[in-house]
Design a protein around this ligand. Structure first.
Ligand SMILES: [Zn+2]
Length: 252
């Protein structure tokens, strides 16, 4: 059994129904949080995921709407008596800043802190992040305002594949990550520097020949995201949906 739960689908400004974009990947042995915003304990509880089962955290880039929950995650795990290690993956740019951030909280003086293992990833395409019998994650640098990775997640048991663009302009790295994937989750903030429109997300889905496309990281609040699906359908003929908070995708 492997599934992904969307914990947030909004761009940088969330609303009552859409938290900042982040997701959790749940397998039998590993539970992997991809980005960490707001108070992760609360969000995971709402999604009925046991907070203590988290084994890994992948941080895509050091923007507040993707990493601001890290200090609370680490502090609350510690206060709840965690002893198991937590593996954290990201580019040097991201993890250097996370360590600096935790340094401001003097975390080295928090007694009996559980082991946190930082895995600094090179900024090279298709870098291996996690490789187990139940899931394989690779990351590639994408085209955002600061160093950022997108990911491809393969589920060997069901042979299914999920790709997640993260924050990016349309780029060949995402097409490669998503090549032949069953599902592509692509951002749709709007056409601007470092971001993509829904139509551009559809174009990437078409080039990568994916099975279906979910749009994420889209404007919420007063803007109505309803038109985005039609915009993406103009460039991609497969199924297109809006990713919404607490949506579950089954990967067998
Ligand atoms: Zn960003």
């Amino acid at each position: 059994m492997a599934k992904v739960i969307i914990l947030g689908s909004s761009y940088s400004i969330p609303d009552e129904n859409h938290e900042n974009t982040h997701l959790v990947l749940i397998g039998k042995e590993r539970t992997v949080l991809i980005d960490c915003v707001s108070n992760p304990i609360l969000r995971l509880r709402q999604a009925k995921v046991d907070f203590n089962q988290l084994t890994d955290l992948i941080l895509t880039h050091f923007h507040p709407d993707h990493v601001s929950g890290v200090p609370l995650l680490l502090m609350d795990m510690w206060l709840m008596g965690r002893t198991e290690p937590l593996e954290i993956y990201g580019l040097h740019h991201t993890l250097d800043r996370i360590e600096d951030l935790m340094g401001f909280y003097d975390w080295e003086h928090w007694p009996n802190f559980f082991p946190v293992v930082f895995h600094r990833l090179p900024a090279t395409p298709l870098t291996e992040v996690i490789d187990t019998t139940e899931l394989r994650v690779v990351a590639s640098p994408v085209k955002h305002l600061i160093p950022t990775i997108g990911v491809r997640i393969e589920f060997p048991q069901s042979q299914k594949v999920l790709a997640y663009s993260c924050d990016t302009e349309p780029c060949s790295e995402v097409v490669e990550l998503a090549s032949g994937a069953d599902v592509l989750i692509h951002e749709a903030t709007g056409a601007s520097l470092g971001h993509s429109s829904a139509a551009q997300a559809g174009e990437v889905a078409r080039q990568a020949e994916v099975g279906s496309l979910y749009l994420i990281h889209y404007p919420t609040g007063n803007s109505k995201p309803d038109g985005l699906v039609g915009e993406a359908q103009a460039t991609f003929k497969g199924p297109v949906s809006l990713a919404v908070d607490f949506l579950e995708l089954d990967f067998g």
